[in-house]
Design a protein around this ligand. Sequence first.
Ligand code: AMP
Ligand code: GLY
Length: 440
Amino acid sequence: MINTLMVGHGAREHVIGEALVNSGVNLFAFMSFRNAGLDELSKGKVKIHSETDFKEIIEYCKEKKIDFVIIGPEAPLVVGIVDALEKSGIPCVGPKIEAAQLEGSKIFTRGLLEKYKIPSNILSKKFFSMDGVASYIKDMGEENIVVKPDGLTGGKGVKVYGDHLFSKKDIIDYCQELIQKKSGFLLEEKCEGEEFTLQTFVDGKNVVGTPLVQDHKRAYENDEGPNTGGMGSYSMEDHLMPFIDKNDFDKALKDMTLVVNAVKKETGVEYKGFLYGQFMKTVKGIKLIEFNVRFGDPEAMNVLPLLEKNFYDICMEIIDKKLSSDIKFKRMATVCKYLAPEGYPVSPKKDELVKINRKKLADIGAKFYYASVYKEQNKIYTTTSRAIGILGIADNLEQAEKIAEQGVGCIKGNLFHRKDVGTLKILQKRIDHMNSLLNK
Ligand code: AMP
Ligand code: GLY
């Protein structure tokens, strides 16, 4: 049997682990925090330790005779886990440090898109001091500005005019705060439109797409409240979105392929692993918002359970640089709803008991994935982050949403979720928004 090590501890890693086990590998897990799902899938073959302690990871791989490693989260990737493991002769699914800059440095990414004239790029300028900031804001118009710190900020650093910044002073104050923290930043053009996620498999050259997904970032129903890591997501049975057609999909995929080639030209390093493109459809066409060098969370849950091809084979094709384009997915819709501790993300209630009725979940046909919860004496408790992802899969969105909602009913605890994720009502809102922009 093939010994495979999963690095990471969230619901994304739980679903990747499930895909690995379903494809016949012998799973091990290395995580900073014990994920009960990976614990079960690996039959307890886990090590709880920092995911960026490469020396320990390499030793664990040697001790357990690991054949290859999959890295789930961005944090170890942007500090060079793949470089370290490959130097020790351990194959990995994930990009090396140079290529991981696509997520690790927004300044690197915008610079690359500009240099290689990637069509989905938008206007932006990098700053390392306040010199020229005021005049750039004046030229762009303050209402058209987004401020992005350069490094990883756990989704909390980007501030958008109209959402988080409401005047020129707010923009300047935030830029000054970043300079004080010694962070470079981008000022970039604010886009308006509908966002979608395109997750891909990449072998250095070939980029193969998976079904499109739309995430719901705001904490509360009707897209209100603070931004979160994502409160839920959906995908459609045709693998597109009602407002994103095949032509849009092809444009986004083509740009991701151009970017993968540009990374090779610019850094000499081939991009291998998973690449996540966050795009927005606007009146000016498809625009790139950001890249992540990993699968999305929750978006991985929408895509991997639909895979028709053996996931281990895909991993080997990535490692061997022989990725074929024949990766098929079930033509079904998915809805993922996250249950989060009451008060999340502002003042989440931690250490609260969570009861999961697994029998009822199985009867309904809903899947569930552990996120940031911990197990003590066979009981599950919340932490300060998202707790459990519930997934409904069905022939259409309406049915998938029903299954997910019924699945949520099988979890008891001091938790909340967005009932509107994946509903036809919110879908129609998105369609109307896009149509109003396009004057349809
Ligand atoms: P990021 O961390 O880059 O994904 O940004 C977080 C969120 O900010 C995105 O999902 C968008 O909703 C929003 N955002 C980022 N960049 C832009 C942009 N240029 N125009 C409009 N919204 C943006
Ligand atoms: N759901 C957004 C992310 O994974 O970054």
